[in-house]
Design a protein around this ligand. Structure first.
Ligand code: NAP
Length: 248
């Protein structure tokens, strides 16, 4: 049985219009959270909110390009005005621009760093005052690619950066009652993988002990745990959700 306080808990999920973000937002709605479905595409966020059962629960879509500081400021002000609290920030929005290092352009580099790493930093910085008020939590999406990933120098660097950022926020904010953790999935069955050639995916599958891709709901379950009181003594950690690929 949920308490009244839990029923009123508010989460903001970035990139909630698709894939893992949608699954996270759906899971949180079903756990009784009020969820802000944030995405750069308002129509996608609106459809996701309806599809995930958010309509009529207080959940709502929100336009937010995570790489833009002024949009974070607007989003947080909007939250203050309407929900007046934030208990969980999930920095999930992402893009890929894959090329080997010698072919990578400045644009490929900056676009990926801007969304994954700068976007996560801007989100944490903007949301921390509200999270401190509620004793809330941050969950950032890293990736198995944080250890290096062929053709993904920009993405790998960003996802390794997300780990350092998360750990630093955890250290700085623990005294203020805010926890920060990262989730590092292996390959997940989402639109992000649509452009990856089949032989590459098959090569990955051979290396994954569980011999399959993750489903978005399997990532969402871990994010929901890290955002809940059940993980109240876990902070500064990176939780691998990768079918057994990584060593502890
Ligand atoms: P996805 O299906 O492509 O969804 C990403 C969402 O983020 C899309 O709705 C996208 O909008 C949105 N987005 C992109 N740039 C944005 C921005 N600047 N501001 C706000 N929203 C933005 O990807 P996914 O597979 O669910 O990935 C979600 C997260 O998990 C990413 O951080 C990714 O790196 C991480 N991850 C994924 C995998 C995997 O195998 N899929 C593995 C490890 C980690 P558009 O559709 O308009 O671009």
């Amino acid at each position: 049985m949920m308490t009244t306080r839990e029923q009123k808990r508010v989460a903001l999920v970035t990139g909630a219009g698709s894939g893992i973000g949608l699954a996270i937002a759906r899971r949180l709605v079903s756990d009784g959270w009020t969820v802000l479905f944030a995405d750069r595409d308002f129509a996608a966020a609106g459809s996701a909110c309806s599809e995930a059962g958010g309509a009529g629960t207080g959940s709502r879509p929100l336009t937010l390009d995570v790489s833009r500081r002024e949009e974070w400021a607007d989003a947080v002000q909007d939250l203050r005005d309407r929900e007046a609290r934030l208990d969980l920030l999930v920095n999930n929005a992402g893009i890929t621009r894959d090329r080997t290092v010698e072919k990578l352009t400045d644009l490929d580099w900056h676009q990926v760093i801007d969304v994954h790493l700068t976007g996560t930093w801007l989100g944490c910085q903007a949301a921390l005052p509200l999270l401190r008020e509620s004793g809330g939590a941050i969950v950032n999406l890293s990736s198995e690619g944080r250890h290096g990933s062929f053709g993904q120098a920009n993405y790998s660097a960003a996802k390794a950066g997300v780990v350092g950022l998360t750990r630093t926020i955890a250290l700085e904010q623990a005294r203020h009652g805010v926890r920060a953790n990262a989730v590092a999935p292996g390959p997940v069955d989402t639109p992000m993988l649509a452009g990856v050639p089949e032989d590459v995916v098959n090569g990955w599958l051979e290396q994954i002990p569980l011999r399959r891709l993750a489903q978005p709901a399997e990532i969402a379950a871990v994010v929901a745990f890290l955002g809940s009181e059940q993980s109240s003594y876990i902070t500064g950690q990176v939780i691998a959700v990768d079918g057994g690929s990584s060593h502890p």
